[in-house]
Design a protein around this ligand. Structure first.
Ligand code: AVI
Length: 319
């Protein structure tokens, strides 16, 4: 407690001690204001993201699934028997189920996710469906380094679908891939990457007609109100997403509609009219650019599969 300041209530001190509280207050204290997109994914945000994946404008999920369905026999051949699948982030089970069904006697499945609850649910379902499979959830933030139990069986195949790599900064993406190449050495990484394309298609995917992406973006402030006792007036912030072509990325922002102030963890932050909080980047890749990035991280790029419209790509990267 610094002298001359009002005492901080214990609940606010607790909020300020959480990673979200610290990072949000830190983000608001510096301009331009930027926060990691990982804070979108509380229970409400995860549910909204599931709805995004079903939207007509949001092509990545269904396109990647179609590519995987088509190519899974070849992927299974490359993986070989008794493979061990390491999934970075246990998302929807639909994609990994495709692999588990097609692989020859997959030995082990290690989903790594920050949410223990999410992992436990996935593990129960998969153990019931694949009784011979050893399912070993790992509760960890895979962006903060990777430590895995020793491989007991065949080759280790990493699985990182959904173009989540695109939500990392270029430095984070390289660091993640370097870490993945190390833990997968002798095996491979199966990586989904969204491709650069007509900006109109990209724009629509992040500005859907039903406003689900807007709700997903605004949920960051709603979450701050719920968890940190923040005082954001959601009606006074606008969802703003656009394609930044020179940077090859969609940017999502929350833009203040008026001059206003909000309190976070007991601290007051001013917003000018039109001032933004940058909430997400979603980088888009060229196939060659991604293969070059993988090479720099220590992989040897193998086959690449795309859809006929070249909207999305799936890469086999030898570790
Ligand atoms: C999870 N990630 C790959 C999504 C994306 O497209 O960047 C998150 C998302 N943001 C808005 N819509 C979807």
């Amino acid at each position: 407690q610094r002298t001359g300041e009002a005492p901080v209530a214990p609940t606010l001190r607790r909020a300020a001690d959480t990673a979200f509280g610290r990072d949000l207050a830190g983000a608001l204290a510096h301009r331009p204001r930027t926060i990691s997109p990982k804070y979108f994914y509380d229970a409400t945000g995860s549910h909204l993201f599931d709805r995004i994946c079903e939207l007509p404008e949001y092509y990545p999920t269904r396109t990647e699934l179609r590519i995987l369905q088509q190519c899974v026999p070849e992927i299974a051949r490359l993986a070989g028997p008794r493979a061990e699948i390491v999934e970075f982030g246990a998302g929807s089970l639909r994609k990994v189920r495709l692999l588990l069904q097609a692989f020859e006697a997959p030995a082990r499945y290690l989903p790594i996710d920050i949410s223990g609850e999410h992992l436990a649910e996935a593990a129960v379902l998969l153990r019931a469906e694949f009784p011979k499979l050893d399912v070993q959830p790992v509760v960890a933030d895979y962006t903060q380094g990777l430590a895995l139990p020793a491989s007991t069986t065949g080759r280790r195949i990493g699985f990182f679908p959904g173009s989540t790599l695109g939500n990392f900064t270029p430095e984070e993406a390289l660091a993640f891939l370097q870490g993945a190449a190390e833990v997968l050495r002798g095996g491979a990484l199966l990586l989904g990457a969204d491709l650069v394309k007509d900006p109109g298609v990209l724009h629509a995917a992040y500005n859907d007609a039903q406003g689900v992406t807007a709700a997903f973006n605004l949920n960051l402030l709603a979450r701050a109100n719920r968890e940190l006792g923040a005082s954001f007036d959601l009606d006074q912030f606008a969802h703003y997403a656009f394609y930044n072509a020179p940077q090859q990325r969609i940017e999502m922002h929350l833009v203040s509609r008026v001059r206003q102030a909000a309190t976070v963890c007991g601290e007051r932050f001013e917003f000018d009219e039109g001032e933004s909080l940058h909430t997400e980047n979603s980088y888009k890749f060229t196939i060659d650019g991604l293969r070059e990035l993988a090479r720099r991280a220590g992989f040897r790029p193998g086959p690449v599969w795309t859809d006929p419209e070249r909207l999305f790509s799936v890469h086999w990267l030898h570790a």
